[in-house]
Design a binder for this molecule. Structure first.
Ligand SMILES: [Zn+2]
Length: 372
């Protein structure tokens, strides 16, 4: 389904099943439950082991097709220098978590379009193979399980392509619409229009789903939430764009050396009133400890434990001139990391997510409808 930018939420209840081209593929537990439920219901319906096997082959094939679709988004994004954290498979489809969505409309358009194009190409190849072999391309005319599977896969690819092109975030069609509009108006305005279209489609899908298929209601809900989140993210990013870290950073950085003890770090936190201390080792910044890290160290090992042995967070190094939207991107990619403002190797301040959100709340995005 959608390429989505990662907003720092690790998905619980999902397992990595492998990786392709260096991109981890994860499966959510609900998908495994769904496959099990389908297998059980095929079996219980008395359609026999061959038809049950055919049903499961189609389901697994659908998810292979979805992986190919998501992978195409990820590999196109890679061409534009955008990494993908992982591909997550859910009952409603797949999500490729790109570290960011490129702001250039042409790049977003290419990333969004390639997924449905992959489905259409797969449909065309399957059609050519099936028709070329003289087999029926209409599942209704299939004789036997193999023919039924092949002919259904053609149409499943067509349906996936069309469905994903619905102009609604987080469907690919929503990104196609936004990027095409963004060629004529500002990205914020384009997003407003595309999210409004997405919400109308979500309501329509939901209404149809109530009378036909409850699965559509679930998808409508996801589309509604995706539309709202996309608009919020664009507003947040546009408030933060171009603003240097020095504008919001806390200017006091109290550091702790890796060779000092957890007890020393604890009293330094209490004295300074600062809950996060950058950790240095031989003069180099190597991480940061939070109150929770030090509390855990005190609880498990006592105050004599060296800070270097205590749990700690990785840091994102930023310069005073680094812009806040860049910092947001970095923190989205590594949600556990702490942004430390450095001057050379010396920590001179911190930028926390709370500071970013405070800045956004106090500086709402200007309505730039005229920019190109
Ligand atoms: Zn897609």
């Amino acid at each position: 389904m959608p390429p989505s930018s990662a907003h720092g939420v690790r998905t619980p209840w999902s397992w990595r099943i492998g990786s392709i081209a260096g991109i981890p593929i994860r499966v959510h537990v609900t998908l495994l439950l769904l496959l099990g439920w389908f297998a059980a219901s095929f079996w219980m319906s008395g359609i026999g082991p061959r038809a049950t096997a055919a049903g499961l082959i189609i389901l697994v094939a659908v998810f292979v097709i979805i992986v190919a679709h998501e992978l195409s988004h990820a590999l196109m994004a890679r061409r534009f220098g955008v990494a993908t954290r992982d591909i997550l498979l859910l009952p409603i489809g797949g999500i490729a978590s790109l570290e960011r969505i490129p702001e250039r409309p042409g790049q977003e358009l290419a990333i969004a379009l390639v997924g449905p194009v992959v489905n259409l190409v797969l449909a065309a190849i399957l059609y050519a193979i099936v028709a070329g072999a003289g087999l029926p391309t209409d599942p209704a005319n299939a004789r036997g399980v193999g023919e039924a599977v092949l002919s259904q896969l053609i149409w499943i690819n067509v349906v996936l392509a069309v469905f994903n092109l619905l102009p609604a975030f987080p469907m690919d069609g929503g990104r196609v619409l936004r990027s095409v509009l963004a060629m004529w108006t500002s990205r914020e305005r384009a997003t407003e229009i595309a999210t409004a279209a997405g919400k109308i489609i979500a309501v329509g899908l939901g209404a149809i789903g109530v009378f036909t298929n409850l699965w559509l209601v679930v998808i409508a809900f996801v589309v509604w939430m995706g539309a709202s989140r996309e608009r919020d993210m664009v507003r947040i990013r546009s408030s933060l764009a171009g603003v240097p870290a020095s504008e919001v950073m806390s200017r006091r950085a109290v550091v702790v050396d890796a060779s000092e003890t957890a007890g020393v770090a604890a009293s330094r936190m209490v004295d300074s009133g600062i809950g996060v201390l950058p950790v240095v080792e031989h003069g180099r910044l190597v991480g940061a400890v939070t109150r929770e890290d030090i509390a855990a160290a005190l609880r498990t090992a006592g105050p004599e434990l060296e800070v270097g042995e205590a749990p700690r967070h990785e840091v994102v190094r930023v310069a005073p001139g680094t812009t806040l939207d860049r910092i947001l991107d970095e923190l989205s990619t590594s949600p556990e990391a702490i942004a430390v403002v450095v001057d050379g190797e010396q920590a001179v301040g911190l930028v926390t997510p709370e500071q970013l959100m405070a800045y956004v709340a106090l500086h709402p995005a200007p309505d730039r409808t005229a920019t190109v």
